[in-house]
Design a protein around this ligand. Structure first.
Ligand SMILES: [Ca+2]
Ligand SMILES: [Ca+2]
Ligand SMILES: [Ca+2]
Ligand SMILES: [Ca+2]
Length: 345
């Protein structure tokens, strides 16, 4: 490096370390024993390019974010017929140590998995996992003791967990359609989307397709999926794309309970407040959600943090835990509106 270049760098406040190229942004590579196995073969298949979802979430609530990887499968059978295809959960022990806890967590999976979504669908305070796979999706309930239970199995592609009827329980929208470019005889390639209604504290998940009006467009190979309240009526609407088919906007016309949207603006944390966890307590109970725009397959959603309040027209309290560690609590918050919250300093 010439004297002039060094002087310029020093003027810019960048001090080069010995033997390391100077840069204002630097990363240190940390190995983790996971390899994305997509079973690629010479005859190219669509699924082989689509594996590889990652979720960073704190499954055991010790304050350290953990890492979950989805993984592929044997392409001929679309099953995980070798241990190398297992999905993997790594527990963050702190100090850069990650332990593979897949087995004890029960998260190895069985098919060719590509996507993953995190949400606390049963409002018990523990984040649950939804894993989207080529031939089946899996909803895993986080039992809070380090283990997960497979609680549902439905086919699909992109997924999003939102409370579509604002009854206080998050439902699941699934875009569907097969990934095979040359379908195997007997497999259905074009499909309608489906919404799965969360039954609440007791009961069974209900799969709604025709009932929910989702057969109003022809079946297709659905892919992209994004969410946002397009008309500001407090009901979360859906936009989906499908291969070689018109895009679909699904305006939410569900009979709706009360609702509350929390629109975050970070100050010390990132400006969108991504990663902030929000806890809403009403007369009926407590719910959790978090700020993210990353929902659905290869898509980005419009974010305020949405809550259905059911019969309650106000929240007794709204607690926001910002990524910075700052905790903000609002009391007696009227519902059926978007409440803007700026991070306190
Ligand atoms: Ca953790
Ligand atoms: Ca949960
Ligand atoms: Ca619901
Ligand atoms: Ca709406």
């Amino acid at each position: 490096m010439g004297v002039t270049a060094l002087a310029l760098l020093l003027c810019a406040g960048v001090v080069p370390m010995a033997g390391v190229p100077a840069s204002p942004i630097r990363f240190e590579l940390k190995p983790i024993p996971f390899r994305l196995e997509h079973g690629e073969v010479a005859a190219r298949h669509v699924p082989a390019t689509m594996a590889g979802g990652v979720a960073v979430f704190d499954y055991n609530k010790d304050g350290r974010p953990d890492i979950f990887f989805t993984n592929g499968a044997d392409l001929a059978t679309l099953t995980k017929d070798s241990p190398k295809y297992r999905n993997r959960l790594f527990r963050n022990e702190g100090h850069g140590v990650f332990t593979d806890v897949t087995e004890q967590a029960g998260l190895a999976g069985s098919g060719f998995d590509n996507g993953v979504a995190v949400a606390d669908y049963d409002n018990d305070g523990y984040p649950d996992l939804f894993v989207a796979g080529v031939h089946h999706n899996t909803l895993y309930h986080n039992n809070g003791d380090g283990t997960f239970t497979d609680v549902t199995a439905k086919a699909g592609f992109g997924v999003g967990l939102y409370d579509f009827d604002n009854d206080g329980w998050k439902d699941l929208f699934v875009t569907r359609g097969d990934v095979l470019s040359r379908p195997v005889p007997g497999t259905v390639t074009n499909q309608h989307n489906t919404v799965l209604r969360n039954p609440g504290a007791v009961g069974k998940w209900e799969a709604l397709t025709t009932e929910a009006g989702l057969d109003a467009s022809p079946p297709a190979r659905h892919r992209g999926l994004a969410f946002g309240d397009l008309d500001g009526d407090g009901r979360v609407d859906v936009v989906a794309t499908a291969l070689a088919s018109p895009a679909e906007i699904w305006m939410n016309r569900s009979p709706s309970g009360h609702w509350l949207d929390i629109a975050l603006e970070g100050a010390k944390s990132n400006r969108d407040g991504i990663g902030a966890r929000v806890k809403v307590t009403t007369k009926t109970g407590t719910q959790y959600n978090h700020m993210t725009t990353s929902v659905g397959y290869a898509s980005s959603s419009y974010g305020s943090v949405h809550f259905g309040l059911g019969a309650d027209d106000r929240a007794e309290s709204v607690e926001i835990r910002w990524p910075s560690g700052i905790v903000q609590v609002l009391k007696d918050v009227r519902g059926d509106r978007v409440v803007k919250v700026k991070e306190s300093r």
